[in-house]
Design a binder for this molecule. Structure first.
Ligand code: AMP
Ligand code: ZN
Length: 133
């Protein structure tokens, strides 16, 4: 556990939260300020600040868990779709620096905004990025 990390405290049961699911590695809770009905957060119990710090084994389990909980939320709440959102770093909108995945059920008439303005992939950018791999 990291000191003064609210999601460490929630994930490990020190601070109560509306828990949808728990196992030895994860706790899944309802977001306190939901973007839409059923907005949930997957929290690993072991602290990792972000995706870059997350152990491979936890990362693999997190997506399987996201699939399972997403299906239950979508079916149970009769959602029309669902976004999985995961922010890393302040520039990307991360506000709590303990890895988490947002599961946001979507409804035809909701007010959720997960959008960006489409840009253009230039030849120079494409080459620069392809050269990294
Ligand atoms: P992010 O911007 O990706 O770091 O998301 C942080 C999320 O955590 C936001 O959607 C907050 O509403 C949510 N949040 C912060 N504190 C709590 C809390 N104590 N219980 C439940 N959700 C929380
Ligand atoms: Zn933490």
């Amino acid at each position: 556990m990291a000191e003064n990390c609210i999601f460490c405290k929630i994930a490990n049961g020190e601070i109560p939260a509306a828990t949808l699911y728990e196992d030895e590695d994860f706790r899944v809770i309802l977001d306190l300020n939901p973007a839409a009905l059923g907005h949930a957060l997957i929290l690993p119990k072991a602290h990792a600040a972000n995706l870059f710090e997350l152990p491979d084994e936890t990362a693999a389990k997190a997506l399987v868990l996201a699939k399972k909980i997403s299906g239950k939320l979508k079916d149970g709440l009769h959602a029309d779709g669902l976004n999985v959102v995961q922010n890393n770093g302040e520039a990307a909108g991360q506000t709590v620096f303990h890895f988490h995945m947002h599961l946001i059920p979507r409804y035809a008439d909701d007010t959720v905004d997960v959008k960006w303005k489409p840009g253009t992939l230039t030849d120079a950018d494409r080459e620069k990025i392809l050269n990294l791999f």
